[in-house]
Design a protein around this ligand. Structure first.
Ligand code: AMP
Ligand code: MG
Length: 391
């Protein structure tokens, strides 16, 4: 058996970097910028007023100074004349500064009567002018790789970048296996349960920017599993769920092997999730997850999420851990790295979820953290700092 870190390192070797594709700006949110992009203009493209007020010469700005109003500059409509000595132009936020003016006296500090303008309050020293290119200059770059957030989309728009080079979405085929499974919404027989793992994993991976396809459930027969692998063709990553242990009906390893899978590893020193398997199958990465719902979801978080991030070009890294103090004592850990369902409270302390059985989705759903216990970690008292992963 190999360690969690070793398993993840081998999974990174199987994870192919996605090619670049161009998408319209409106579809770029949540995608990963794959090449640097450069601004196509200065922002602002002209010196602009940042306030509503009066544009004048700074040398003339003082309390009680008087000016003759000679025109108006609004956003989108500049004043085309020249501001001379003793003159002012009415100006609004976002308007280009008129030639000859370099200071905006805010309107609250001015009284206007006809075309006569007087500074009636101390005008201060702030000029209220945004210089050309103060936000960014023509040619300024946004560097790849970068997961594009809403603020980035606004920046790209301001840079006049309407098509964005992003990493293609990795296509993930999700295959549930088991005679006992039916799809949500179907009527289960007396011995059947609902397939849940594929749905949880699809949600997890799509949030990251993958395209996950739920394939029809494979039955516990060689024929059905072979058909399912056939349907997965074209995917970048094929994920099976269940059928990976050593029971009589656990056929995933055998069928994948018959189809030519080059196995990278089988079994990881981890709880939950020991019977994890991975390899390369027809040019795609293949990961066999354990069937128990919590095991599948935890393995998804520990292994598939970093894999998808690597495929998107975001780097081959383990998920980031944080630290929090235990709200109660915990018992010693066994020989496998253990990811325990837990909850970070409003006080910042972390509480273990009641029952750590790997079939309990209700406990996982009520959790917002996984405490990571190293192998053979001793018992700890309340208050001890432990490492955890947000989920
Ligand atoms: P297996 O690894 O196939 O022996 O499955 C282990 C346990 O997980 C069994 O109780 C299965 O019924 C359950 N299981 C397997 N696949 C799924 C799935 N896709 N959704 C929900 N439960 C599953
Ligand atoms: Mg099964």
């Amino acid at each position: 058996m190999i360690t969690v870190d070793e398993a993840r390192a081998r999974l990174f070797e199987l994870a192919a970097l996605m090619p670049v594709e161009e998408v319209p700006l409106v579809q770029a949110a949540g995608r990963v910028l794959a090449r640097d992009v450069a601004a196509r203009r200065d922002q602002p493209p002209f010196a602009a007023s940042s306030m509503d007020g009066y544009a004048v010469k700074s040398a003339e700005v003082e309390r009680d100074a008087m000016f003759k109003l000679i025109g108006e500059a609004a956003a989108g409509r500049r004043f085309t004349g020249q501001v001379g000595a003793g003159q002012a132009v009415r100006i609004f936020t976002g308007a280009p500064m008129p030639e000859g003016a370099d200071f905006v006296v805010i309107q609250e500090n001015v009284s206007q009567s006809g075309d006569l303008v007087t500074i009636v309050n101390a005008p201060g020293t702030k000029d209220n002018v945004r210089p050309v290119g103060v936000d960014f200059h023509d040619g300024a770059t946004v560097q790849a790789p970068r997961l594009l957030r809403p603020a980035d989309i606004a920046l790209l728009a301001a840079m006049n970048i309407d098509r964005v080079p992003v990493a293609r979405k990795p296509v993930v085929a999700l295959i549930s296996t088991g005679d006992e499974l039916v799809m949500p919404g179907e009527a289960p027989g007396p011995d059947q349960i609902i397939a849940s793992n594929t749905f949880g994993l699809k949600a997890m991976l799509e949030e990251l920017g993958a395209e996950a396809r739920i394939l029809p459930i494979a039955r516990d027969t060689i024929g059905s599993l072979t058909t399912a692998f056939g349907l997965a063709e074209g995917a970048d990553l094929v994920v099976t769920i269940g059928g990976a242990s050593v029971g009589d009906h656990d056929l995933v390893g055998r069928v994948a092997g018959d189809l030519g899978m080059d196995r990278s590893f089988y079994k990881v020193l981890m709880r939950p999730g020991k019977p994890l398997m991975a390899g390369r199958l027809n040019g795609a990465a293949m990961v066999g997850l354990p069937g128990n719902p919590v095991s599948a979801m935890v393995c998804g978080r520990i292994f598939l999420v970093p894999m998808i991030r690597a495929m998107l070009g975001l780097g081959a890294e383990a998920p980031a851990l944080s630290q929090a103090p235990l709200a109660q004592g915990i018992a010693a850990n066994g020989p496998r790295e253990h990811y325990m369902r837990a909850q970070i409270g409003a006080d910042g302390r972390i509480t273990l979820g009641g029952d750590q059985d790997s079939s309990l989705l209700s406990v996982l759903s009520a959790s917002n953290a996984l405490i990571r216990r190293p192998p053979n970690d001793p018992a700890h008292e309340a208050g001890t700092m432990v490492a955890y992963l947000s989920i």
